[in-house]
Design a protein around this ligand. Structure first.
Ligand code: F6R
Length: 613
C-alpha cells in the first residue's frame, strides 16, 4: 500500500525520508522515490523495486537538502517503473507531488491538460495533480492557493504532499476523503509529515491528524491548517505514546474501527492496480488465467470459512451473473467430506485472509488430489494458501489486526467482481459496452464506501438503541443475503449478542415465530432487484411488533414510514451493493461492542488465524 513521508528542518532530509519509508515497508509496495530541494533545485530519485534499490540510486547519485518528500507506491495506473514511481515533477521542474488515492476523473483532466499543451511523462493519474498545481502557480497564486485550486478539480479520495522550489520554506499537504490519513509530526524547529504515524514516530510524539478536506501548510517552525472550502482551522495536537502497536492504531481506540475506516484506501488499491482504464480491461496477472483455461472451465467451487465464505457467496452470484459460469459454494470444513466431483476443468477457489486456515488448506489439498486447478484470494503474502495455489489474487488491504474481519471482507468482494469481468471477457461473453459500464461502476466504489463511513454518527445512534438487546435478526435477500450473514457474524463475535443472519424469504418458514417486541430485526433493503420483496419483509416484521432497523438507499421515503430506524446508504450499482451495505453493519457491531466495554480487537475464544481443524 502506498506510503508518504516528508521532512522540513535543519537536518538532512534524505536519510529521514528513507528511514520513514522503511517503517511503512511491511504494507507492501512495488516502487519508491523521493524528491529533495538541493540548492534551490528539486532533485528526484525514484525507481521500481524495493527501498534498497532507491538507497543504491542515492549512493550513486546523492541528494542532500533540508526539505523533502518520499513515497512508496503500489502500482495503480501504470506498471511499476521508474517513470511511474512518485514523486512526480511538473513541466517546469518547480513543483513535485506524492499522492495516495485514485483521481477518478483523471482521463478527463489529462485530456484537458494535453489540450493546454501539457506533456505527460508517466501513465499515472497522479501526474494530473502536479500539472494542475503548475497551472495555478503560473498565474501567480501562492503554492497553498494553487494546491487548493487544483484540488477542486479532483474526484475521489486523496492524500497528497507537495513541494515547490518557488516557495522552498514550506511543504503543503492535504487530505480529501479516506484514501489514507495525513499526519503532521511537530518537532523542535522541524516538522514531519506522513501518511501513517509509524513513519515519523521515532522523531516526535506530537501529532496533528488532518481531517477530510483540510490542507496543512508546514514550515520548519509553524503549522497552519485550513479548510479546503473555507478559512483557518483550529487543530488539536495529540500526544502519542511511544508504543509501536498504539502507533499503528493512530487516532483510533481499536484496530477494528481503524480497519473499517481504512476501506476507502484498501479498496482504492484493490481496484486500481488491476484496471486498465483506457481499454476497460481487468488484469489479474498472478491468477495465471489464460484465454484457453477461461474457455475450458466448466465449474468453479468457492471454498472458505466464516467471513471469507460470505464473500464467496457474493462471488457465486457475481460470477454466475457476469461470466455465466456455474459456481458452487462450500464451507471449507465440509468440502472434502462430501467427496466433491472435480476434474481438470474445474477450478477450486479458496478465499482466506490469513491464508493459513486449516479447514481451507485441507479443502485445497482435496482439490489438488482430485486434479482441479487451484486458485486463492489471500491477504497474507507468502501464506500457505498463496503458495500452494496455481494462481492467486492478493488482497490489497495491508495487515488486518482486529480479529473480526472487515477490510479483508470487502477486498475479496471487489476481487471477485473483477474476476467475474475478466472471466467473461476471456470467454467472449461480455460485450465492450457492458464491460465499460461494469468497470465504470467499479470506480465508484471507494467514494461510495467513504460516504457510508461518513454516516457513522447515525449508526452510533442505532448502536445505543440496541446495546442492551440479547438477540438480533438480520434479513437479506439475493446478493445481500450474505450481507445479513456477515452482519450477524460481526455482531455475535465481538458483542456476544446472539444474532442470526437469514435469507429474508425464509423468515416465514420458521424464524417469524421469534419476532416480538424484544427482537430487533435488521433489514438490508438497498435499491436492488430484490427491493420490493424486502419491503414486504419489513411490513411482516413490523406487524408482529418487531423493531425494524432498515438499511435503505438515500431518498427512499417509503422505508422511513415503516422502519423504526433507517441507516442511509448511497445509491450503489446493485452488483456492488454488498460492499456498501456491510459498512454500516461493521460499524454497528463495533459500536455496540465498544459501548458494552468489550475487548473489540480480541474477542473471547477467537483467533485471527484458525490453524486447527
Ligand atoms: C470473522 C472472521 C472469521 C474468519 C475465518 C476465516 O470476523 O474473521 O470468520 O473469516 O476464520 O479466516 P481466514 O479468512 O483467515 O481463512
Amino acid at each position: 500500500m502506498c506510503g508518504i513521508v516528508g521532512y522540513i528542518g535543519p537536518q538532512d532530509a534524505t536519510p529521514i525520508i528513507l528511514n520513514g519509508l522503511k517503517r511503512l515497508e511491511y504494507r507492501g509496495y512495488d516502487s519508491a522515490g523521493l524528491a529533495v530541494l538541493q540548492n534551490s533545485h528539486i532533485e528526484v530519485r525514484r525507481d521500481a523495486g524495493k527501498l534498497a534499490r532507491l538507497a543504491t540510486l542515492l549512493e550513486e547519485s546523492p541528494v542532500h537538502g533540508h526539505v523533502g518528500i518520499g513515497h512508496t507506491r503500489w502500482a495503480t495506473h501504470g506498471e511499476p517503473s521508474a517513470r511511474n514511481a512518485h514523486p512526480h515533477l511538473g513541466m517546469t521542474g518547480n513543483v513535485v507531488v506524492v499522492h495516495n488515492g485514485i483521481v477518478e476523473n483523471f482521463l478527463e483532466l489529462r485530456d484537458e491538460l494535453i489540450a493546454e499543451g501539457v506533456v505527460f511523462n508517466s501513465e499515472t493519474d497522479t501526474e494530473v495533480i502536479v500539472h494542475l498545481i503548475e497551472r495555478y502557480l503560473s498565474s501567480e497564486a501562492s503554492l497553498p492557493e494553487a494546491v487548493k485550486r487544483a484540488l477542486r478539480h479532483l474526484k475521489g479520495a486523496h492524500g497528497i504532499v507537495v513541494l515547490s522550489s518557488r516557495e522552498p520554506d514550506k511543504i503543503v499537504a492535504a487530505r480529501i476523503g479516506n484514501a489514507g490519513g495525513v499526519v503532521v509530526g511537530i518537532g523542535k524547529g522541524e516538522m514531519y509529515v506522513a501518511s501513517d504515524m509509524p513513519a515519523i514516530l521515532e522523531h516526535t510524539r506530537q501529532m496533528v491528524f488532518l481531517e477530510s478536506r483540510q490542507m496543512a501548510v508546514i514550515t520548519q517552525d509553524a503549522l497552519s491548517v485550513q479548510s479546503l472550502d473555507g478559512g483557518q482551522v483550529q487543530y488539536e495536537v495529540h500526544q502519542v505514546a511511544w508504543d509501536p502497536i498504539a502507533a499503528e492504531k493512530g487516532e483510533y481506540r481499536h484496530f477494528m474501527r481503524k480497519e473499517i475506516h481504512e476501506q476507502v484506501r484498501s479498496l482504492t488499491e484493490t481496484i486500481a492496480g488491476r484496471v486498465d482504464f483506457e481499454k476497460a480491461r481487468i488484469r489479474l496477472s498472478e491468477l495465471n488465467l489464460t484465454p484457453e483455461l477461461a474457455k475450458r472451465i466448466r465449474k468453479i467451487f468457492i471454498t472458505a470459512c466464516g467471513t471469507a465464505s460470505h464473500a464467496g457467496m457474493v462471488g457465486k452470484i457475481l460470477i454466475e451473473r457476469i461470466a455465466r459460469v456455474p459456481v458452487e459454494l462450500d464451507i471449507a470444513s465440509e468440502f472434502r467430506y462430501r467427496d466433491p466431483i472435480l476434474d481438470e476443468d474445474t477450478i477450486v477457489l479458496a478465499i482466506s485472509q490469513s491464508g493459513e486456515t486449516a479447514d481451507t488448506l485441507a479443502a485445497m489439498e482435496e482439490a489438488r488430489r482430485k486434479g482441479a486447478t487451484l486458485w486463492s484470494i489471500v491477504n497474507v503474502i507468502g501464506s500457505q494458501a498463496m503458495r500452494i495455489a496455481d494462481g492467486y489474487i492478493s488482497m490489497q488491504t495491508g495487515p488486518e489486526i482486529g480479529v473480526a474481519s472487515t477490510k479483508a471482507y470487502t477486498a475479496p468482494l471487489v476481487d471477485l467482481y473483477m474476476l467475474a469481468i475478466l472471466l467473461a471477457d476471456l470467454r467472449g461473453t461480455l460485450d465492450r459496452k457492458k464491460r465499460r459500464q461494469l468497470i465504470a461502476d467499479l470506480l465508484l466504489v471507494p467514494d461510495l464506501v467513504g460516504k457510508c463511513l461518513d454516516r457513522e454518527p447515525e449508526v452510533e445512534v442505532v448502536a445505543r438503541a440496541l446495546m442492551n438487546t440479547s438477540h438480533c435478526l438480520y434479513l437479506g435477500r439475493g446478493i445481500n443475503m450474505p450481507t445479513a450473514f456477515e452482519g450477524a457474524l460481526k455482531l455475535k463475535e465481538i458483542s456476544y449478542i446472539h444474532a442470526e443472519g437469514y435469507a429474508a424469504g425464509e423468515m416465514k418458514h420458521g424464524p417469524i415465530a421469534l419476532i416480538d417486541r424484544s427482537m430487533p430485526v435488521v433489514v438490508i433493503a438497498p435499491r436492488d432487484p430484490w427491493y420490493e420483496k424486502m419491503f414486504s419483509q419489513i411490513e411482516q416484521a413490523k406487524s408482529r411488533g418487531g423493531t425494524v432497523i432498515a438499511l435503505a438507499t438515500d431518498g427512499d421515503e417509503l422505508i422511513s414510514t415503516v422502519a423504526d430506524h433507517v441507516i442511509w446508504l448511497p445509491d450503489t450499482p446493485w452488483m456492488l451493493t454488498p460492499v456498501t451495505t456491510v459498512i454500516p453493519l461493521q460499524m454497528l457491531a463495533y459500536h455496540i461492542a465498544a459501548l458494552r466495554g468489550l475487548d473489540v480487537d480480541q474477542p473471547r475464544n477467537l483467533a485471527k488465524s484458525v490453524t486447527v481443524e
